[in-house]
Design a protein around this ligand. Structure first.
Ligand code: NAD
Length: 299
């Protein structure tokens, strides 16, 4: 990939290489084994960052790390378990000369999608707790251990992946909406506290991206899954499923004719992770093609 350079007469000259925006910066991406997290891992690595994938899915995480070469490694980590988060940070520090520059809280779960599970009248308290533990506590633990590692060098960027459900209701189960609003609150609070240590804290809020998470939810919501399948987990959705999901999302989107892809979210995360956003902290960058500002909201 390269920028096209032009001489004074408008003729193309030799392209200059695309600048690497994270050269030498060490990054951790939680939930980096697939979906949006995978796109973030790939983009960070392309921009020169050594990356640690922290995920509960060992098979997919190891496979992605080995496909991307020695610059990328995998550590098993459940973000809702503090020892796991600390171990992931320690792993990055010991492997990369004691530095951690970027921590991306991307891991998240949507929770059950059946009508009963989504209603405030019948939701399950255990399931509510599970979603909050992964999405909200997981993000807070990431901020804690990332900040402890970054503070001595007085620099760092923490970027969490929230959702348009961080600013709108009615898009997911109550626990999911609550957890994504919580990420925005945590981002603001941590930004206030960590600014004094040179650490920026921001989040990115995607609209629908055809990842295994969304395809799984769509299956459940449309009754293709019975109760026994509720935790079914599609590691690699078929091309047909991805296309079908993208069509559903395009129908809801404001920006017509464009398909939101994991890479679009990764680009926003890259901006907030890089020094190009050095004076931005406490911000929620919504990547939704205008959906949350439209009056034609999802029904
Ligand atoms: P996904 O389910 O396809 O991938 C999530 C990854 O996180 C998987 O690799 C999974 O193994 C990992 N993970 C799950 N629980 C974990 C835990 N406890 N600890 C560590 N890793 C864990 O989902 P995705 O669509 O790529 O979502 C990524 C993030 O983006 C999530 O926070 C999600 O809420 C958010 N998001 C997604 C969409 C969308 O439309 N796909 C929209 C808005 C926000």
């Amino acid at each position: 990939p390269s920028h096209h350079a032009w001489d004074g007469n408008g003729a193309a000259v030799a392209p200059t290489p695309m600048p690497k925006r994270l050269e030498g910066k060490v990054a951790i991406v939680t939930g980096g084994a697939r979906g949006i997290g995978e796109a973030i891992v790939r983009l960070f690595a392309k921009h020169g960052a050594p990356v640690v994938i922290a995920d509960i899915d060992g098979a997919a995480g190891e496979a992605l790390a080995s496909a991307l070469g020695p610059q990328v490694s995998f550590v098993r980590c459940d973000v809702s378990v503090e020892e796991d988060v600390k171990r992931a940070v320690d792993w990055a520090l010991s492997r990369h000369g004691g530095r951690l520059d970027i921590y991306c809280n991307n891991a998240g779960v949507l929770g059950r999608q059946t009508r009963a599970a989504k209603s405030i009248l019948s939701f399950d308290a255990g399931e509510f707790d599970r979603v909050l533990r992964v999405n909200a506590l997981g993000a807070a633990l990431g901020m804690k251990h990332a900040a402890l590692a970054m503070a001595p060098r007085r620099a760092g960027s923490i970027v969490s992946v929230a959702s348009v459900a961080s600013v709108l209701g009615g898009l997911g189960p109550h626990a999911y909406t609550a957890s994504k609003h919580a990420i925005v609150g945590l981002t603001k609070n941590a930004a206030c506290e960590l600014g004094a240590h040179g650490i920026r804290v921001n989040c990115v809020s995607p609209f629908g991206v055809a990842t295994p998470m969304l395809i799984n939810a769509w299956r459940q919501g449309h009754g293709d899954a019975d109760d026994a399948d509720l935790d079914l987990d599609i590691t690699v959705p078929s091309d047909e499923e991805v296309e079908k999901m993208e069509e559903v999302v395009r129908g809801l989107a404001t920006l017509k004719g464009t398909t939101l892809r994991p890479r679009d979210i990764a680009e926003a995360v890259l901006f907030l992770a890089s020094d190009e956003s050095r004076y931005i902290s406490g911000h929620n960058l919504v990547v939704d093609g205008g959906v949350t500002t439209s009056r034609n909201l999802i029904g």
